[in-house]
Ligand binder design. Structure first.
Ligand SMILES: Nc1ncnc2c1ncn2[C@@H]1O[C@H](COP(=O)(O)OP(=O)(O)OP(=O)(O)O)[C@@H](O)[C@H]1O
Ligand SMILES: [Mg+2]
Length: 320
């Protein structure tokens, strides 16, 4: 199909993704140095690696892409999201983690090698004394790396924690697990500043850590232009305007481009100008509404820059 036929199709799918983490490698931009950092540290035997960053900056996306970019020959990865697990007892969290390991690594057709929740409740050490060795036997020389998302949810630094929940038990458990089991590696993703989490830092003292931050200008430009290549083209002033508005924040860049694509499809006008960008700012804020409520609830300073940039762009548009 030619670009012209692609564009005329009223159902042409908007290629910009607003909301869920990105699993497709071709729609994922930047962050390549993060994978070098991970690979180097894993190879040097660092058992815990911490990543942290503000809401919607792309932490879960990095997590999902790790298996695509880090040494598949030597490591196997299991993704595990701790969201909604803070009120569960430790035995249930371990059960759910065990099931994730079996399912994602496609180890056994049944789950009989995993101790039951009742057994784990009476004796949580069964998880690493009985279950994990059976997993390692299947893996041969490959190392098991757990990718733990929303790690801060289970921290006792979290004010919402209750005594019975795994909040007070999971981290110390994990710490002793790591100490006793040299074959286990964990990479954690934390939605807060590490300074706000003194207990967590205390437990994993010395663990290498890195912030997930804004995309570089080059990567943000790729995120703008690549997904819609063949249908939408951007004037260089339009690219500059998006870069200025979103400051390389991947979520806001996607929000703006999503709105621009919708506008192009409605108007059948596939060359994006700087004016188009200022025209869609309101729409973009609406699309991002779900993602913007948390934003207003008080975020660190750098993120507010985007709001001021949006306000500034609007003022400029009004002056015209
Ligand atoms: N590297 C990337 N390339 C392209 N788009 C990205 C990238 N990282 C993030 N995004 C965009 O940002 C959105 C949010 O990403 P993600 O869910 O990974 O962030 P998060 O930091 O895990 O958010 P939360 O704090 O809400 O869990 C994605 O839907 C996507 O639109
Ligand atoms: Mg996330």
């Amino acid at each position: 199909m030619t670009s012209a036929t692609v564009r005329k199709n009223p159902y042409i799918r908007n290629p910009y993704i607003v909301g869920p983490p990105i699993s497709e490698p071709e729609l994922f931009f930047g962050r390549r140095k993060k994978f070098d950092f991970i690979e180097d540290n894993l190879r040097q035997g660092a058992q815990v690696i911490l990543f942290y960053g503000q809401r919607r900056i792309g932490k879960s996306t990095v997590l999902k892409q790790i298996p695509n970019f880090v040494g598949q020959n030597d490591f196997v990865f299991v993704q595990f999201d701790l969201q909604n697990k803070s009120q569960l007892p430790l035995s249930r969290v371990l059960d759910s983690l065990g099931q994730a390991i079996i399912n994602q690594l496609q180890l056994w057709s049944d789950h009989s090698k995993l101790p039951t929740v009742t057994e784990l409740k009476t004796n949580p050490t069964l998880f690493y004394e009985s279950f994990l060795p059976k997993v390692y036997q299947e893996l041969g020389y490959k190392k098991l790396v757990l990718l733990l998302d929303e790690f801060d949810v289970l921290s006792s630094d979290n004010p919402a924690s209750s005594k019975e929940s795994s909040v007070n038990t999971f981290f110390p458990y994990l710490q002793s697990l790591i100490e006793q089991d040299q074959r286990l590696f964990i990479i954690t993703f934390i939605g807060r500043q590490l300074d706000d989490m003194p207990k967590l830092l205390g437990l994993f003292k010395g663990a290498p850590s890195q912030k997930v931050g804004l995309l570089s200008e080059r990567n943000a430009t790729e995120l703008i232009t690549e997904p819609a290549k063949g249908s939408l083209t951007y004037d260089s002033e339009a690219i500059d305007a998006i870069l200025a508005l979103a400051s390389g924040h991947p979520y806001f860049t996607q929000v703006l481009c999503h709105a621009l694509f919708s506008q192009a499809r409605t108007e059948q006008k596939w060359q994006v100008t700087c004016d188009d960008v200022t025209r869609i700012v309101d729409d973009a804020i609406e699309i991002g509404e779900g993602g913007l409520t948390w934003f207003r609830d008080g975020l660190p300073i750098p993120e507010r820059v985007i709001f001021s940039a949006v306000a500034e762009a609007q003022k400029k548009a009004e002056r015209k």
